[in-house]
Each structure stands twice: as structure tokens, then as C-alpha cells.
Design a protein around this ligand. Structure first.
Ligand code: GLN
Length: 277
């Protein structure tokens, strides 16, 4: 029989700056209890099966698998989202895109909003939860991502959002939106970061976009005006060193009021612009 504190001592096996936290999250998950339970009951013993389940997760974490995939969930904005190997794990940086969008219009304006490459549905669901008057559509090229986003929607019981399968705008011909957002893939395909940390386990289709990482951003920016209403906004997440390139692309495509905002790390992480009236 193993006690909670004895099992948590195995955290030192994990090669991660957050090893202790990671181990606590995994053990709390196995016990289906909040993390505070572990600290309150360090002497409680686990069943053989529980201890074995924890050690198996610990070993996978030791091999580098992201905690979010091991738990099957990740917090984003105010929401708990299910995640899976075929989608990007939602990042705190992307909440910046949500904040910027919420500043565009007050709660009473009934905007039509599109999230391109929605993955878990994170951006679309966060906006739908904050703005019941908005009609939000999230699209993804990967069918299993669409199914996951729909499952998140059902769990959160949000009725003002729909998810469908579309490669960027391919299934949206003739539609117009007041706001289009995207956190597209934007990493250069030779970037060494792809061999580090969580990125090693996330789908390349959600991360990588050509030699300079800008292929999908170029495509989205070029096509977006045909799907935006007059004065409609396009808001994009991009790499820490891509802001000036993205602003130039927005200006070339006819966007005005083009600007960028910094993330928590101080890097220009999102850029946006709107169409003239
Ligand atoms: N921000 C992520 C990272 O660098 C990449 C996400 C993306 O390509 N959209 O870890």
C-alpha cells in the first residue's frame, strides 16, 4: 500500500520545471479529487490499481507527454476544455485574442463571429460564453477536432456557437462575418522549438506553416476581406517575431486601423485591422 505523500515523492523523476505540480495534477486526476485533497490527506493510502495508474501517467510525463494530454483537459479563459492529441493545447497567450475581441463591441451588439482553425473550440467557446448575443462559428479542417469542439460545446451547454468542418474558408462561400479570428499554425518548419517540450507531441498541422511560418497567415489575410462585412475586423495570433510582417500583409490586403498587442511575455503576439466602411 502506498501513501499519497510517498507517491508524490516520485515527482523528482519528472524532468520538468513544474515537476511537483505535474505530479500533483496527475495524482489528483487518478483519485478524481481536487489538488487540495492531496495536501490535506498526505497519509491516505491508495489502492494498487490507483497507484499503478498514477505511476503509468508519471512515466508518460517523464517521456515528455504534455500534462494536458495526460489529463485530457486544459483550462482556457473561464472554461474547462477537453483536449486530445489531434488538437493544439490551448495557451494562456491566446486569451489575449479573446480579450481584444471582447473590447470590440458591448454585450448587446449581435455580431457574427468566425474562428478559423478552432481546434478544441477554445476561442469560439470563450467568446460565446461571454457574449450570448453573438452568433459564433468555429471551423477546422480536421474532422476529429470538429467533433471535439462540439463535445466541449455540449459540456458547456452553449447554444450560440456552431462548429463545422472547413479548410479555412472553403465551406463558407457567400457567408459574411463582423469579426474573424484565428490562431493558425505559424511556426517555420525548420524551427528547433518543434523538438522541445509540449510541441513534440502536438500535431504539426496545428503548428507549422511553411518556410517562414507565414503561409497560412498570408492565405487567411488575403481571403478574409471576401468574408467580412464593411468595418469588419480580422484578429490574428502569430509568432513573437512576425508582427511587422503580419501588419504589412494586413495593410496590403486593404485593412485599416492596423495594430498589434503584446502577450504576457512582452512579445507582440496578436495583430488586427478592420475593413473600411
Ligand atoms: N504559440 C504556440 C507555441 O509557440 C504555437 C501555436 C501556433 O502555432 N498557433 O508554442
Amino acid at each position: 500500500m502506498m501513501r499519497i505523500d510517498q507517491l508524490l515523492a516520485h515527482a523528482t523523476q519528472i524532468d520538468s520545471p513544474t515537476a511537483q505540480l505535474d505530479a500533483e495534477l496527475l495524482l489528483a486526476h487518478v483519485l478524481d479529487k481536487p489538488r487540495s485533497y492531496l495536501l490535506a490527506w498526505p497519509e491516505k493510502t491508495l489502492s494498487e490499481a490507483q497507484a499503478a495508474a498514477f505511476m503509468a501517467l508519471l512515466e508518460r510525463r517523464q517521456r515528455g507527454e504534455p500534462v494536458a494530454y495526460l489529463l485530457g483537459q486544459q483550462g482556457f479563459w473561464t472554461l474547462d476544455l477537453q483536449v486530445a492529441e489531434h488538437t493544439l493545447i490551448p495557451r494562456a497567450d491566446t486569451e489575449l485574442l479573446v480579450e481584444a475581441a471582447l473590447q470590440l463591441a458591448d454585450a448587446s451588439s449581435p455580431l457574427r463571429v468566425l474562428d478559423l482553425g478552432t481546434g478544441t473550440g477554445a476561442i469560439a467557446l470563450a467568446l460565446a460564453s461571454e457574449r450570448p448575443q453573438w452568433a459564433v462559428t468555429g471551423v477546422d479542417r480536421i474532422e476529429s477536432a470538429v467533433a471535439l469542439a462540439q463535445s466541449n460545446q455540449q459540456q458547456l451547454q452553449l447554444s450560440n456557437v456552431q462548429f463545422l468542418s472547413s479548410h479555412w474558408f472553403s465551406a463558407l462561400i457567400g457567408q459574411r462575418y463582423d469579426l474573424i479570428l484565428s490562431n493558425p499554425p505559424y511556426i517555420a518548419d525548420t524551427d528547433p522549438h518543434l523538438q522541445q517540450g509540449d510541441l513534440r507531441f502536438e500535431p504539426l498541422s496545428a503548428l507549422v506553416s511553411g518556410a517562414d511560418g507565414l503561409d497560412d497567415l498570408r492565405l487567411i489575410i488575403a481571403q478574409a476581406p471576401a468574408y467580412l462585412s464593411a468595418k469588419g475586423w480580422l484578429m490574428l495570433e502569430h509568432g513573437f517575431d512576425q508582427a511587422s510582417a503580419v501588419r504589412a500583409l494586413l495593410q496590403q490586403a486593404g485593412f485599416i486601423e492596423v495594430n498589434s498587442q503584446r502577450d504576457l511575455g512582452g512579445h507582440e503576439r496578436i495583430s488586427f485591422g478592420c475593413l473600411p466602411s
